[in-house]
Design a protein around this ligand. Structure first.
Ligand SMILES: Cc1cc2nc3c(=O)[nH]c(=O)nc-3n(C[C@H](O)[C@H](O)[C@H](O)COP(=O)(O)OP(=O)(O)OC[C@H]3O[C@@H](n4cnc5c(N)ncnc54)[C@H](O)[C@@H]3O)c2cc1C
Length: 514
């Protein structure tokens, strides 16, 4: 059951003028092993779905700040973080070396933060901004690099982001291995069509999956044994319910959780972990697509915008879809929504640009036209001069209020656990805490969302469902991310030892938190 119009990806989303649109441009980083395994399971070649790993660029009102190379292509492969330092040596265009060197403090915190539960909770209570100050990062490094990176990685400013999740994210996406930051994109159509649709089809055809689309869960009712017995929902304005249920996987974000728990008084009374999760906030996104009258030769397909006052506090990105998906006539025609059978129509040649604003509550208050004007007048030409004079032939703006998990300071203990107090209810989603089964993929991350879904299914098989024994053959394998490099492991062991020694001497175990 899902509130969206077509959770199976069978019917591609199009704008009112008939052009293809997908909410948000989402990258697939190097360490998404379960996503890769899913494609293999579905018999889909990765090269048919993903672009090659691409470069990206960071722009500010001062111009190009930095580019991110494809690290796997670096001539010299070195242990992390040396590899990243050498491979990106020439990529910072303005930031002085002394500012870059001040990153060292953060690298030390990365060895310390996940020492134990107590230390994770302590880092979580701190804001990412406070962590940068305590770790001695220069103001310029924070403003020019860490802030824009986190604003598009976790969608919120440093001041309202948990230091724990910021460290997890930087570690997973940037520091674990020299090539952790390498990212690729969908090379045609949409994620829904290329990944979700074949998966849904397989589940429908081989496993009897039935999907209720445009169906919004309104509440869960409980039986006398404290198990969920009924799901109440509304589909296209009509109220209905499902009562023949064994178990429920609650795979909603904070906004959905709030709505479901608010409509479930009995559940709220017996599941404090769900009322805590329902009290957490979420972040807004505005996602847009522009169809232009000319091809703009942006040097990089994926781009980050930061520090522009016109962003109104949001993080910004823009993606040159014609570079990612338009390398053939057929690709360009698809981006423009030209029917594939219509061979008589000339192939459109103008760029198609997808622009997203994260933490976008202020941007969302502008009209669609003002948002398009801000992009075409202020933001895009400041980054890439080729946008000057380009005309918008068509555009689409979509507001997604409360669509994204907000890892706010102190939120860790309130995030929903995989299994809580209701025996036949489990949770899935990127914000779910996996406890003993915690995975290396972190943050706002499709791989993490997928892993939590697999773990939710496995948790039900492991014992939440009466009559279903933990049949090992039914459990779906969950692949870990690559192991830490030996020097990182040694560093973590040294941090453990230092903390133990400090404790023995009645000193705080960490210089940064208590
Ligand atoms: C603009 C944008 C860019 C992103 N970029 C990347 C990227 O580059 N790489 C990456 O890996 N990740 C990226 N992400 C993050 C990634 O998309 C999320 O981490 C992932 O989608 C989370 O999945 P989820 O299942 O936890 O939640 P969601 O995908 O939010 O799914 C929740 C579902 O619950 C449904 N729902 C809510 N309430 C109800 C209800 N009451 N009844 C029924 N259904 C309900 C919703 O319709 C929705 O389908 C991006 C996200 C956005 C928005």
């Amino acid at each position: 059951m899902d509130a969206s119009r077509d959770p199976t990806g069978a019917v591609p989303f199009t704008t009112p003028s008939g052009r293809p649109f997908e909410a948000g441009t989402r990258g697939f980083w190097k360490d998404y092993p379960n996503t890769s395994a899913l494609l293999a399971e579905l018999g889909i070649k990765e090269s048919d779905v993903f672009t090659d790993f691409t470069t990206s660029a960071f722009y500010s009102p001062d111009g190009l700040e930095a580019t991110a190379p494809v690290f796997a292509g670096a001539p010299l492969q070195l242990p992390s973080p040396l590899g990243q330092v050498f491979a990106s040596f020439d990529n910072f265009k303005r930031l002085p070396l002394s500012d870059r060197a001040s990153m060292a403090g953060l690298l030390l915190a990365m060895l310390d933060f996940d020492r134990d539960e107590e230390s994770m909770a302590a880092y979580d209570r701190m804001t990412a901004h406070e962590l940068c100050i305590r770790c001695g990062l220069s103001k310029r490094l924070v403003d020019d690099f860490v802030r824009p990176t986190l604003s598009v990685g976790l969608f919120a400013p440093l001041e309202t982001t948990s230091a724990l999740v910021a460290l997890e994210l930087l570690y997973f996406y940037a520091f674990a291995h020299q090539d952790s930051f390498d990212v690729r994109w969908i090379k045609t159509r949409s994620i829904s069509e290329l990944l979700i649709a074949p998966l849904a089809q397989k589940l429908q055809q081989q496993h009897g999956l039935r999907v209720l689309s445009s169906a919004r869960a309104e509440g869960l009712d409980m039986d006398a044994a404290g198990r969920v017995s009924t799901v109440r929902y509304t589909q296209n304005g009509v109220s209905d319910s499902l009562s023949d249920i064994d178990a429920v996987v609650l795979a909603v974000g904070a906004k959905g959780m709030r709505a479901v728990v608010a409509g479930s008084p009995a559940l709220a009374a017996c599941a404090p972990e769900l009322t805590a999760a329902a009290s957490l906030g979420s972040l807004d996104v505005v996602t847009t697509r522009l169809w232009l009258d000319r091809r703009v030769a942006a040097p990089h397909p994926a781009n980050v915008l930061s520090r522009f006052k016109q962003l109104r506090g949001a993080g910004g990105t823009f993606f040159m879809l014609d570079q990612l998906q338009g390398d053939t006539d057929a690709g360009m025609r698809r981006l423009w929504g030209v029917p594939e059978a219509d061979l008589s129509t000339a192939t459109p040649t103008g760029s198609v640009v997808a622009c997203d604003f994260y933490n976008s509550a202020a941007v969302a208050l502008l009209s669609d036209q003002e948002i398009v004007d801000t992009l075409m007048r202020d933001l895009l030409p400041s980054a890439v001069s080729g946008f000057q004079g380009a005309q918008v032939l068509d555009s689409y703006v979509l507001r997604l209020p409360g669509a994204v998990s907000w890892f706010s300071p102190g939120s860790f203990p309130s995030r929903p656990p995989l299994r809580g107090s209701v025996p036949n209810l489990v949770c899935a989603g990127d914000w779910v805490r996996l406890g003993q089964r915690e995975h290396g993929a972190k943050g706002l991350c499709q791989e993490r969302a997928f892993v939590t879904g697999l773990e939710a299914g496995n948790a039900l098989l492991r014992g939440a469902l009466p009559g279903l024994s933990a049949a090992a053959a039914l459990l779906h394998p969950v692949l870990p991310v690559r192991a830490d490099e030996p020097q990182v492991l040694a560093g973590k062991q040294a941090a453990q030892a230092a903390a133990a020694l400090a404790r023995a001497l009645s000193m705080p175990p960490s210089p940064w938190v208590r």
